[in-house]
Design a protein around this ligand. Structure first.
Ligand code: ADP
Length: 499
């Protein structure tokens, strides 16, 4: 690993943290309890700011605001074109404040500034514009029914939507969630992840500036078992959408069903195979497999975390994957040129190191990495294991860190069976020049997304979601609108059936 800026002082961010309160009914307010919690800089573990801690009472206040905005307010009733214009204005303002937003995001999460500023924020803007464009294109059907009836369907917003997001892509998840919900005319109470509250609060100010009516979007900082659980259990929340771990997804679903049976969309964990076939260009495959796993410090639900390599190129692949990981530059995420920043928190840092120890203990070969980098912050050396077996924990569990596990395979049927032998089904990558091989994988893998000769290709229009325990429902694209609409059938008796 070449860069070692961990010994230097961390680069000072160029913005001040201005917004730390809860955003309820168009205003920044203290929590009812008056409590706050610290949000930390993953580069050092030091406190960036103290943020108002939302709890049950604050969720109640936010739901009342969202309920009023839905029942009495203009949002669901205003013309779809007006809603669309507000969403376009929000996108414009985020674009205008790209650097401030990206700085807060990097500071709070340790994500690479360069990546956030030049890829993620533009993607967020793109997503909001994509759904702004949908707002006035949502309509029902006329239905041919037996008998003297005129039948039509109305596609109506569901009502008050509760949304809970994780810390690995704080603002991107915010956009995936609010874009379709607002375009369809719902109102929202969104809880950010406790590790990364800052960017969404800054954007809340921009929402207000864009003319989003009061109470349409409320943003609560706080913890899962308190604020999060209160949102899931609330009797006046009509729908939930969650992105996070599979275990928490189970909790969320049971809270929803034990309260008012609100429908739930879930985007959960994964253990995605990345399959390198014998005809692959090894250098290209190594680079793509490296990206598939190490992108965003390995903190991606769809990370290509089981690298299956054909036996005929296995040894060469392992050598080159190791060399690539050794070259990966790790350091301050504000410094351009670095490829990897710190993990999000001490909990995640410890968890990743525990999985690395388990890999060693279970007999996998540690090719490189294996421990922390430096003495401060949550940096981990890019780690590569070879000779990994399917039943080792590093091959079954979601590690969520910079740890690549390389497994060997012999033939197509075998690797399909092994790739599918997991409780997850989020994504898969396939690297081959053979169209028949690609087509076979396309049909055989039980995953919500398959990337062929590419990986992590995201677009506002491409649906994303999981098979099996990786989730239910789809986000992005036209598919996500379905999660935020009710269908009302309207049956009208015809007075003169002849016409
Ligand atoms: P992680 O363990 O990586 O933080 P989680 O899936 O637990 O991942 O967290 C994702 C989001 O879910 C966060 O916003 C978190 O606060 C929230 N969360 C965690 N536990 C619960 C819960 N019991 N009820 C509702 N939300 C929760």
């Amino acid at each position: 690993t070449t860069a070692a800026p961990i010994a230097q002082d961390p680069i000072k961010p160029s913005v001040n943290v201005e917004y730390t309160k809860l955003f309820i009914n168009g205003q920044f307010v203290d929590s009812t309890s008056g409590k706050t919690f610290p949000t930390l800089d993953p580069r050092t573990g030091e406190v960036i700011a103290h943020v108002a801690e939302g709890d049950v009472e604050d969720i109640n206040r936010a739901v009342v605001a969202a309920r009023n905005a839905f029942d009495e307010g203009p949002w669901p009733k205003m013309s779809a074109y007006e809603r669309s214009k507000v969403l376009f204005r929000i996108a414009d303002l985020i674009e205008k404040h790209n650097d401030e937003v990206a700085t807060l995001e990097t500071w709070d999460s340790g994500k690479l500034y360069q990546q956030v500023a030049t890829i993620e924020i533009p993607m967020i803007v793109r997503i909001l514009r994509y759904y702004a464009g949908w707002a006035d294109k949502i309509h029902g059907l006329t239905v041919p029914a037996d008998g003297p009836y005129h039948v039509q369907t109305l596609h109506e917003p569901i009502g008050v939507v509760g949304q809970i997001i994780p810390w690995n892509f704080p603002l991107l998840m915010f956009a995936w969630k609010i874009g379709p919900a607002l375009a369809c005319g719902n109102t929202v109470v969104l809880k950010t992840a406790e590790q990364t509250p800052l960017s969404a609060l800054y954007v809340s100010k921009l929402l207000q500036e864009a003319g989003l009516p009061e109470g349409v979007l409320n943003v609560i900082s706080g913890f899962g078992p308190t604020a999060g659980a209160a949102l899931c259990s609330h009797m006046d929340v009509d729908k939930l959408a969650f992105t996070g771990s599979t275990d928490t997804g189970k909790t969320i679903m049971s809270l929803a069903s034990n309260s008012n049976l609100k429908p739930v969309t879930l985007e959960l964990g994964g253990k995605s195979p990345f399959i390198v076939c014998e005809d692959a260009d090894v250098d290209q495959a190594v680079e793509l497999a490296h990206f598939a796993l190490f992108f965003n410090q390995g903190q991606c639900c769809c990370a290509g975390s089981r690298t299956y390599v054909h036996e005929s190129i296995y040894d060469e692949f392992v050598e080159k994957a190791k060399a690539r990981a050794l070259k990966r530059t790790v350091g301050d995420p504000f410094e351009s040129g670095n490829e990897q920043g710190p993990q999000i928190s001490s909990e995640q840092f410890e968890k990743v190191l525990k999985y690395i120890r388990s890999g060693i203990e279970s007999g996998a070969t540690l090719e490189t990495g294996g421990n922390r980098l430096g003495t401060r912050g949550y940096y981990i050396k890019p780690t590569v294991f070879s000779n990994v077996e399917d039943d080792m924990l590093i091959a079954t569990d979601e590690i969520f860190g910079p740890v690549q596990s390389i497994l060997k395979f012999k033939d197509l049927d075998e690797v399909i069976r092994r790739a599918n032998a997991t409780k997850y089904g989020l994504a898969a990558g396939v690297f081959t020049k053979n169209i028949d091989t690609a087509n076979t994988f396309m049909r055989a893998l039980r995953v919500g997304t398959i990337w062929i000769n590419c990986f992590d290709t995201f677009d506002a229009a491409i649906p994303f979601g999981g098979y099996k325990m990786s989730g239910q429902g789809r986000e992005k694209g036209e598919y996500s609108l379905k999660q935020y609409l009710q269908v009302k059938a309207v049956v009208t008796s015809l007075k003169n059936p002849a016409w």
